[in-house]
Design a protein around this ligand. Structure first.
Ligand code: F6R
Length: 608
């Protein structure tokens, strides 16, 4: 939710911290701050609002120190304000803390500390960390000991960066259930919530585990467990390059990422296909394992959940295995019936989503094999799942997901085909046709991206809409869910997605003259039904934007239509989603809103 960075080395820290925070702004952007060792003391500068406000403040200060920590916030406890912005100090301003996550027992800790005379100046949960550190440091005079004791008192999720005035050559860090990477430089080291913040300085990172403590100096990194026993850590090399995390001439990350979808699909599909065979050995599952599953749960949040809904249709159609999809926030608390021989697939771009992680743990606790479909290498879900299949979408910066969603769809197709092959639910020809389709899907996605001026013009004319409805049947319904989410999250236009057959059971009463209904009709066997549903709303005054599969099928009554290239219907969501993403993007652009950082949202939802 929030982004943290830290630097220790030979250069002034402030510009490096601000640059790193800029790369993490997608994680939260309601306030920001930095703490730097300067002239023998820790100096903090904080500002409410986007990072640019902090940058202006820092520009007016002479901060030359070479060690510091920084934070960009997505408020959970306390409104966005300067007192609530991080870093937070202890009373004597000798300990500074930045935090991503939630301290769940902060009320109890606040009471405990207040009784000991500590005074709080913010509404945040984080301030208890600063005061707990102060409390234990005053008893032990040892920062690691103080951190270890503090960690045993706090509950919840956290990635923490900490400075102690008495140790001006060290940045301390710790984490539990929130991401934190330590970047290894030459004569310098870094901490960051996510690799884009440090990739231009180093590609070698160490991921520390839950409740581990890192002591970072400019030439060394040591990691300890809670008993302060040293731990051995292997560095991991980040393979993608700096450009992947830059805009590369596109006006927004979202547009760049929409255009990266063909590559994301290809990079995800190709390494797993040789000839016509699909190899998912990396998942930790053998063919025998895959063959034993009689039931699949797919659990995720938001767009990743929508990818799972598409996956349900595709797996059930191709492999004939019952699939239950669940929102992770529901699954984790609803006490599901865990069946023997079930597989639990959790889908997550970030690999850090709190609800998805908790759902995964629930499934594991009940003895169900968990398989993560994850984009971020080394993330919590990737580490904790029994098996993982990585989506090779590259770093996704825009808060609204596009290319990661497309790569998630591609993995669900691979999974469906693998299961179908093993279960013999497709004959040889059908199976090969699907594999061939999968191999060319990226080219068809690229065709759709060729010329989008019509969509751009059409979207510009719809920026004033109040409500927009999406309808579809089967896989089109699953794609409609994603199209609707994309639109509302960045354009702030109210939007709903309905199974087209459901419309007349209530919702159709909302259709009035010129209400826009986006009708997805890419499934040949359901086309006539969709045509009727579109006409039902059109004759009640709605404007209809239709997405169809073949040009010939476009309904002449539609006000606007886009035809996707011919594709096997099971994989159509990978194509139909593209005009929907573009539509959302251009509506948002016309409204002059912040495309990459929509209000109230954050990229990585590490709180429940
Ligand atoms: C919407 C969006 C979110 C995420 C959801 C899950 O554009 O990005 O709905 O899909 O927060 O995030 P991950 O995939 O990181 O678990």
């Amino acid at each position: 939710m929030c982004g943290i960075v830290g630097y220790i080395g030979g250069e002034p820290a402030a510009p490096l911290l601000l640059d790193g925070l800029e790369k993490l702004e997608y994680r939260g952007y309601d306030s920001a701050g930095i703490a730097v060792f300067d002239d023998g003391a820790i100096k903090i500068v904080k500002a409410k609002g986007k990072l640019s406000v902090l940058k202006n403040l820092v520009a007016g200060r002479e901060l030359t120190g070479c060690i510091g920590i920084g934070h960009t916030r997505w408020a959970t406890h306390g409104e966005p304000s300067v007192p609530n912005a991080h870093p937070h100090f202890n009373a004597s301003r000798t300990i500074a803390v930045v935090h991503n996550g939630i301290i769940e027992n902060y009320t109890e800790m606040r009471k405990y500390l207040s009784e000991k005379g500590y005074r709080f100046i913010s509404d945040t949960d984080t301030e208890v960390v600063a005061h707990l550190l102060d409390y234990y440091y005053s008893k032990t005079n040892d920062p690691k000991e103080a951190i270890s004791r503090m960690l045993t008192r706090i509950e919840g999720s956290y990635a923490l960066g900490m400075l102690f005035a008495d140790f001006p050559d060290t940045v301390f860090a710790a984490r539990k259930d929130s991401p934190l990477a330590i970047g290894l430089g030459t004569g310098c080291n870094f901490i960051a919530s996510d690799a884009p913040a440090i990739i231009k300085h180093t590609r070698d990172v160490i991921y520390i585990g839950n409740r581990e403590i890192a002591e970072i100096k400019k030439d060394s990194v040591e990691v300890f467990n809670l008993d302060l026993e040293p731990l051995k850590k292997e560095a991991v090399r980040i393979e993608w390059d700096v450009e992947a995390a830059e805009k590369n001439g596109f006006e927004h990350f979202m547009l760049k990422e929409i255009y990266e979808q063909p590559a994301a699909i290809k990079n995800t599909v190709y390494p797993r296909i040789s000839g016509s065979e699909i190899n998912l050995d990396e998942s930790g599952l053998s063919d025998d394992d895959f063959s034993r599953f009689k039931k699949i749960y797919v659990v995720a949040c938001g767009s990743a959940y929508h990818a799972g809904v598409v996956g349900k249709y595709v797996i059930e159609k191709l492999a004939r295995i019952p699939v239950e999809t669940d929102l992770a926030s529901e699954f984790r608390y609803r006490d599901p019936i865990y069946e023997k021989d079930a597989l639990c697939v959790v889908i997550s771009q970030s690999g850090e989503t709190a609800d998805t992680l908790a759902a995964l743990r629930e499934a594991k606790k009940h003895g169900v094999f968990t398989l993560g479909i994850v984009n971020v290498v080394g993330s919590s879900i990737a580490r904790e799942a029994d098996g993982v299949i990585y989506t090779h979408a590259g770093p996704e910066i825009s808060v609204a997901t596009t290319k990661a969603y497309s790569a998630q769809l591609a993995v669900t197709y691979l999974l469906a085909l693998k299961l179908a092959r093993l279960r013999g639910t497709l004959d040889d020809k059908e199976y090969r046709d699907y594999v061939d389709e999968l191999k060319t899907l990226h080219e068809k996605a690229a065709q759709l991206l060729g010329d989008n001026e019509d969509i751009q013009r059409y979207a510009a004319g719809k920026a004033g809409e109040r409500d927009i409805f999406f309808i579809g049947r089967g896989i089109d319904y699953a794609a409609a869910l994603e199209g609707s989410l994309k639109l509302k999250e960045i354009s702030y236009i109210h939007s709903e997605a309905y199974a087209a057959g459901e419309l007349k059971h209530g919702t159709i009463s909302l259709i009035e003259k010129n209400t826009l209904v986006i009708s997805l009709a890419t499934q040949p066997d359901l086309f006539e039904k969709m045509k009727s549903n579109s006409e039902e709303v059109a004759c009640r005054g709605a404007d209809v934007f239709m997405i169809t599969q073949a040009e010939a099928q476009a309904d002449e009554k539609a006000d606007f239509s886009v035809s996707i290239p011919d594709v096997l219907p099971a994989f159509s969501a990978s194509l139909s989603v593209i005009p929907l993403q573009l539509f959302a993007y251009y509506v948002c652009l016309t409204k002059g809103l912040d495309v990459d950082k929509p209000r109230n949202l954050a990229k990585s939802v590490t709180v429940e």
